[in-house]
Ligand binder design. Structure first.
Ligand SMILES: [Zn+2]
Length: 496
């Protein structure tokens, strides 16, 4: 199936509301409009405040019709999008107005795979040139010294970097819990940063002495893993529309947990109706381990375990075979595509073109910051487009298709119907880029494609859940220079 017909199929499956009739905004206040400036006004109920993003050069809706609206405005009320359309069709007053002349607006990008603690171990000399298993075995001893403070600070830094690159919803896969570290440490950091968060309770239970890859000191007891997983689900998981926090059950990989833990984790996830996530078929060593240990391909293994379905997504799948692709398409199983990490570790080129043609749900992920070594979502989108072309020819992926993976694709993979699209009723999660940045110079012929082909730089604004989280290029709510200093001190401590 060609991409075009696949698009049509997906469009027919999407039942998104188009531009709704505008309700009267009785509380709206008129404000003088200053070019390039914002005009906040305090109001009593912040959830009911209106925010008007006015006169954007282009709004990329990623809605059912893939509309790209020129000279457009977006009206937000509370944490939801109330209306989107040509500027002249929307009201010109609100509690706050941001003038977006010379800017482009896209749905906030969705990151489906990360290990944020790894931002403390970027570019470690000993692992700059290793493949996956070699890279992991050298890093595990460093990660054994992680502390709750390190998890907290590295999550803040990773989220700031993600937000500045256009990401508004992110997952994180935390699978090492030494020295009292808890998933709560990253959850608290996410709340401070105001990011929409899918926190994955990862785990490792099969250490070296049992034939696994991690050192015994870094694995947990399986009963304790399940108990803590249940605790975080019961304490934090919110499955409501517009949820800012969901928990995911996420044993690390087939080579670091037992078959029993995979099965018990799935049973628990399904009893609570939460999603499941792991690494799969990342490189040739991973395939070899699966064949030697389980006498199965990774796809056969997850099929046997019941780790397929619309509530499951697997990271990488670089070596997913034809049977696996058909299985994933048939069962609605998702894939997190992480091209930078796949290139960095020399893992290979994931057959994303083929997966999309077959109907597999594919989202984008930056992967951990020790194998990227960046949390830049727009850079990841660009690499997805370029790498598919290396593997499968220059028409293997267009700029818009790559952008679609990071928006609609990510929403599908994370099982969300409230983000990834700019349309009335959707959550107000937006990434806004200044088209007058040097990296986009001369690319005005097609500003949408230019975001992917060129280097758009950091966002001018990031809006998450209706709140302006990046304003004029600055992350709100944290003293970034101070947190960066702390992060770098902790990184030195960890590596030393
Ligand atoms: Zn990973």
């Amino acid at each position: 199936m060609k991409m075009e017909s696949h698009d049509r199929l997906r469009r027919s499956l999407l039942k998104l509301p188009l531009l709704a009739a505008l309700p009267a905004i009785s509380s709206a206040k008129s404000l003088p409009l200053l070019s390039g400036n914002t005009q906040p006004l305090p109001t009593g109920n912040s959830m009911e405040r209106t925010l008007l993003l006015k006169n954007a050069e282009c709004v990329v809706c990623m809605d059912a019709d893939r509309r790209e609206i020129g000279n457009a405005s977006i009206l937000i009320k509370g944490n939801k999008i109330l209306a989107v359309g040509e500027a002249r069709s929307l009201p010109d007053s609100a509690d706050e107005i941001i003038d977006l002349r010379g800017h482009i607006v896209i749905p906030g990008l969705i990151n489906t795979h990360h290990h944020m603690y790894q931002s403390l171990t970027r570019a470690i000399p000993a692992v700059q040139n290793g493949e996956l298993f070699n890279w992991l075995t050298h890093l595990y001893p460093l990660w054994q010294n992680l502390t709750p403070e390190m998890i907290h600070i590295s999550t803040q830094i990773s989220m700031a970097e993600l937000m500045l690159s256009g990401c508004t919803t992110t997952s994180d896969h935390l699978y090492v819990y030494p020295n009292g570290c808890k998933l709560d440490d990253s959850i608290e950091a996410a709340a401070l940063m105001g990011m929409r968060f899918h926190a994955s309770r990862g785990s490792m239970s099969v250490g070296k002495s049992l034939g696994g890859l991690p050192p015994d000191a870094l694995v947990e007891d399986e009963a304790a893993i399940l108990k803590d997983t249940q605790r975080v689900i019961e304490r934090y998981h919110d499955d409501s529309h517009g949820s800012m926090l969901r928990i995911v059950v996420a044993p690390c990989s087939p080579f670091s947990v037992s078959r029993e833990l995979m099965k018990q984790s799935a049973a628990m996830a399904r009893s609570f109706n939460v999603s499941m996530h792991t690494h799969l078929a990342e490189n040739d060593s991973d395939i070899r381990y699966s064949r030697e240990k389980f006498n199965m391909t990774p796809a056969q293994y997850v099929e046997d375990l019941g780790w397929v379905g619309p509530d499951v997504w697997h990271a990488h799948c670089v070596k997913l075979d034809q049977h696996g692709i058909e299985l994933f398409a048939r069962t609605g199983t998702g894939v997190a595509h992480c091209p930078c990490s796949n290139m960095r570790l020399g893992s290979g080129i994931a057959p994303i073109r083929h997966m999309c043609d077959a109907g597999v749900h594919v989202g984008m992920g930056v992967d951990g910051s020790a194998s990227n070594d960046s949390s830049d979502m727009m850079a990841e989108v660009r690499q997805a487009m370029l790498l598919q072309r290396v593997g499968f020819g220059p028409d293997a992926m267009t700029a818009r298709q790559a952008l679609e993976l990071a928006t609609l694709g990510g929403a599908k993979v994370l099982n969300r119907d409230d983000v990834g699209t700019i349309a009335p009723g959707m959550m107000a999660d937006l990434a806004i880029f200044d088209l007058n940045r040097i990296g986009l110079a001369g690319a005005g012929h097609d500003p949408v494609a230019a975001l992917v082909f060129c280097n758009p730089g950091q966002v001018a604004y990031s809006i998450i859940n209706g709140k302006v989280r990046v304003r004029d290029g600055q992350v709100a709510g944290i003293e970034l220079p101070a947190v960066l200093r702390q992060h770098n001190q902790l990184a030195r401590k960890l590596a030393g």
